[in-house]
Ligand binder design. Sequence first.
Ligand SMILES: Cc1ncc(COP(=O)(O)O)c(C=O)c1O
Length: 439
Amino acid sequence: MDARPNDLAAFWMPFTANRQFKATPRLLVAAEGMHYTSHDGRQVLDGTAGLWCVNAGHAHPKIVEAIQHQAKQLDFAPTFQMGHPLAFELANLATSISPQALNRIFYTNSGSEAVDTALKMALAYHRARGEGSRTRLIGRARGYHGVGFGGISVGGIVGNRKAFGTMLGGVDHLPHTHAPEHQAFTRGQPEWGAHLADELEKLVQLHDASTIAAVIVEPLAGSTGVLVPPKGYLEKLRAICSKHGILLIFDEVISGFGRLGTAFAADAFNVTPDLMTVAKGISNAAVPMGAVYTTQAVHDTIVDAGPEGAIEFAHGYTYSGHPLACAAALATIRVYREEGMFENAARMAKPLEDAMHALKGLPNVIDVRNFGLVGGVELAPRDGKVGARAYDVFVRCYEAGVLTRQTGDTIAVSPPLIINEKQIEQLVGTLADAIKKAA
Ligand SMILES: Cc1ncc(COP(=O)(O)O)c(C=O)c1O
């Protein structure tokens, strides 16, 4: 057999410019704490927690040990009409750190699956209440909710939608909240933009509340380039949803598990949704896992509507509550607690904010945005080529030993929650050099 270990052709890479990457590959071969090791033996500071997910830092010994132990103890057990103790133990621990009202949890394997699951729960909830006409789902322009057909339907990133046909019917979108003419270089939440939530009232007037099941938004939008919610915006969305009996779903796949210096964005912004999708940081990405948190009311409405002895919610994944994922998540949440990682994220938020806002004035920097342990610097596009300048900056950072994330013409940083001030200096200092060189 010809294994061809150095041939990069067979792996069709996700969300990657395959031809460009394979001409100049960047491979990571090991990781520990705040650093990756690259294939050419360099230490690379992880400015993005992998892909917004390795919140506790890489290869935490307690998480590694928990996974190793579990692989030997119970490699797999079904959760369809069967169970295993860790799935219940994790549900109790995971709901002990969520907003009090969100005390039920359903497991998935990814954020995309969590989103599609939450949308289905919203539909099933209204049907169980005898309001089966509520089938409409409302997303938001520039929203990213993964890549399932539900997620791209409510999502608002054109590039992720245009090749894939008509998607789900009956979906509408709110406008996004980004308005640089009013908000550029705001530290934290912009003052301008709460009124954009009133657009939901207009959608209610257009479609009638009796047709609308749910509204889904990222409380802080990450993948579209770090958009921080304007002050009062989420509160308004919450009030309008409650007024019209519409479920509010927060997609906290990025913002959950300490990213904003609190357990969830719902805590940071003091707005509680009816459902909350999570993934990434739940298991520190050491084993894939996602989940949907719901209120007891949503859970009970669906479960109590089913006839006794019948499956109430015809949905789930072979790997929902996989023992290895549960072991990883249990260890991860304990480590977050025991080592005060959310608190460290809160402490490091200000140094990161100061460092990021010091980028103002560098060539082509048109905006800086931040909240918690998330920062974004937006660059003016290079002569009509969207993303080219930011890609250049991203590559220069990587070559200089720092991993960042490019989305459009924004460079996003979202380091592990264990970062210290010196590493913030290195991260943003390297970014500043790269921005100057890419001018
Ligand atoms: C807000 C949000 N929702 C959903 C997803 C999809 O998660 P996954 O890639 O695990 O399917 C992401 C991924 O970045 C995300 O940021």
